[in-house]
Design a protein around this ligand. Sequence first.
Ligand SMILES: [Zn+2]
Length: 270
Amino acid sequence: MVLRSRRDVLLRTGLGTFALAVGRVAAQDGGTAAATDARAKVVEDLVAANRILADQGVLDAYGHVSARAPQDAGRFLMSRSLAPEMVTAADVLEHDLDGNVIAPPGANPFLERFIHAGIYRARPDVNAVVHCHSPSLIPFGATGAPLRPLYHMSAFLRGGVPVFDIRKAAGDTDMLIRTPELGSALAKALGPHAAALMRGHGAVVVAADLPHAVFRSVYTELNARLQAQAISLGGTVTYLDDEEARKAEATMGSTVQRPWELWRRKAMGK
Ligand SMILES: [Zn+2]
């Protein structure tokens, strides 16, 4: 209902109660339009996040990124099963927190959508999740060598990076998070942290929004590379202590829009 038709109704009828009812419908229409805009913005950012993570080498043909639906905390948005570099807005599906595809029905979702569902169920503070198979992270998940913040860009790792071992949760599997129960087990291992490694598989990285989730994913991968280099040099590695990391996280976390815009322009320009 648009203002013009509301005015027309008022002119025609002069009935106050009817005008009120029409006004309410107009307000609802306005709310629906705002929700549609918010969803479209998240879908647009989600497409960009897919392209950026592929461009930055965090995702290849595998891995995925999702965002909680802005209009409903019990839903999340993620592409159908597709290489991230190829994702467009038309590929984005809406899922519930059990991992069921709500819309469009019949679409082909990712096998490991339960990673995202489990984390959104367990972490109300999380609105964006990345699941990657980044090669630099695999040795840390396999050896027990803890991934720790080596420099200020990855200070968000300061709380530690837990390792999820699927064998302890479910015995011998194909290593994939393909059930709601495994999604819950992974979310439990993640706890309140920004990232968790998955032994023999990859990692999950979470944040309050897509730009922060992308930033953290890029710098978790880079930290792993730098940490392996530092360890291989043979000296004593000095990591950020808790206070340094807390201060650095506060500073760097406020600058995330800068790389997001740069990476977005590069990735979307391809
Ligand atoms: Zn995976």
